[in-house]
Design a binder for this molecule. Structure first.
Ligand code: NAG
Ligand code: NAG
Length: 186
């Protein structure tokens, strides 16, 4: 009887740990159709595959605080099952995108303008940091805590980030959790 209970407990823990493991490392599931049509959409044409939500960025005045504009599953339903998404990241002078992780995807950042300090911490708490000039790319490995900081007091920076998931997800990391050598300000 006690043994059976013990066995159940072990199985339960195993199932739970696999569930957690799966949540942490999961990317997008493969799909077996060309694309996924949302239930409320009946007429599919090229409009479905077009995202116009970034047009406003070209006309809008630059933001006064760090701003992220996403083209992910929520904004662009055609990405469902395609394992890709984008974000446009705008950093006014001195602004920061504070520590966070994307549980479902790596992030490949391409700095278009300005200079940007980037960093991530691996699972054994080693900090990798670098200041990028415009034109450089940096990859934040999947699931690792990272940040970007525009240290320049006068000039803004702009980057685009590609993700290997339609829904990379975001988890903010409270500054009290890690002691990694990242500046307190960050
Ligand atoms: C389908 O539903 C989504 C989510 O409710 C909504 O954002 C979208 O505008 C709808 N699309 C159409 C064509 O009605
Ligand atoms: C984190 O980086 C350090 C330094 O390169 C390395 O020694 C360590 O093995 C890394 N940890 C993992 C889990 O990769």
């Amino acid at each position: 009887m006690a043994f059976a209970t013990f066995k159940h407990e072990i199985i339960f823990k195993l199932v739970l740990s696999f569930a957690i493991f799966h949540t942490v490392i999961a990317g997008d599931a493969d799909i077996t159709s060309d694309f996924i049509v949302p239930p409320n959409v009946t007429n599919i044409d090229s409009n479905f595959f077009t995202f116009t939500g970034m047009r406003i960025l070209l006309q809008a005045p630059p933001p006064t605080a760090f701003k992220v504009s996403k083209a992910s599953l929520a904004e662009f339903p055609a990405l469902n099952g395609q394992s890709v998404s984008f974000a446009v990241l705008q950093y006014p002078a001195g602004s920061i995108n504070p520590r966070h992780t994307h549980p479902h995807s790596a992030e490949l950042l391409f700095l278009l303008d300005g200079a940007l300090e980037v960093g991530f911490v691996n699972t054994t708490n080693k900090l990798f940091t670098r200041t990028l000039p415009a034109g450089d790319m940096f990859v934040f490995p999947k699931g690792l805590v990272h940040y970007q900081f525009n240290r320049d007091a006068k000039n803004s920076a702009i980057a685009i980030s590609a993700f290997g998931s339609a829904n990379a997800g975001i988890i903010s990391v409270p500054t009290t959790v890690f002691n990694t050598g990242i500046d307190d300000g960050i």
